[in-house]
Design a protein around this ligand. Structure first.
Ligand SMILES: C[S@@+](CC[C@H](N)C(=O)[O-])C[C@H]1O[C@@H](n2cnc3c(N)ncnc32)[C@H](O)[C@@H]1O
Length: 163
């Protein structure tokens, strides 16, 4: 759990304004631990029906601290998952190979109206993220990496040139 905290502490986005998505949520370990933080929403996406059922049981049995009240578990293939709108903290604990990761990064990096932090624990496919033009490495904690795809700031044309 200390690993999760160290990585989330390195994310420069306000939890209150962000949705955390654990891509490959397994038993719901990260979802429930992150719920001690005041994220706007937390979503766990898990492809395995068996793990998804156990994650739901773990969620129902959880009696620990809850600073986030909107916790969702979704059984889905991350490759087809539509990420929620708004600023995102995307948590990956080495869920899949670059063939799945790279198209997901393209989808996340294409929407430049928001900030997307990517927390990558055990980053076996880090080359795919390092090579992606939208994601900048902002922290290397040894156990994992934190990247940021920053929103594009648009300056309205009529303001340019005004004193
Ligand atoms: C190493 S576990 C991490 C579990 C959890 N995030 C944690 O840190 O405890 C990776 C998880 O990713 C899931 N996974 C693999 N491919 C996936 C996909 N395409 N979509 C959603 N989940 C996937 C696996 O079933 C597994 O539960």
């Amino acid at each position: 759990m200390a690993d999760i905290d160290r990585l989330l502490d390195a994310v420069p986005l306000s939890p209150e304004r962000s949705t955390l998505v654990d891509v490959g949520a397994g038993l719901g370990r990260v979802v429930l631990h992150a719920a001690r933080r005041p994220y706007r929403q937390i979503v766990g996406v898990e492809i395995s029906p068996a793990l998804f059922e156990v994650a739901k049981e773990n969620r129902a049995a959880y009696r620990g601290e809850l600073a986030c009240r909107d916790i969702r578990l979704v059984r889905a293939d991350a490759a087809a998952f539509t990420f929620p709108r708004g600023d995102l903290v995307v948590y990956l604990y080495n869920p899949f190979r670059a063939e799945v990761l790279a198209p997901m990064l393209d989808r996340l990096g294409a929407d430049r109206r928001r900030d997307v932090a990517l927390v990558y624990h055990t980053p076996l496919e880090r080359a795919a993220v390092d090579a992606h033009p939208a994601f900048e490495l902002i922290a290397d904690l040894g156990i994992g990496l934190v990247y940021l795809a920053r929103r594009e700031v648009h300056v309205p044309r009529r303001i340019i040139g005004r004193a």
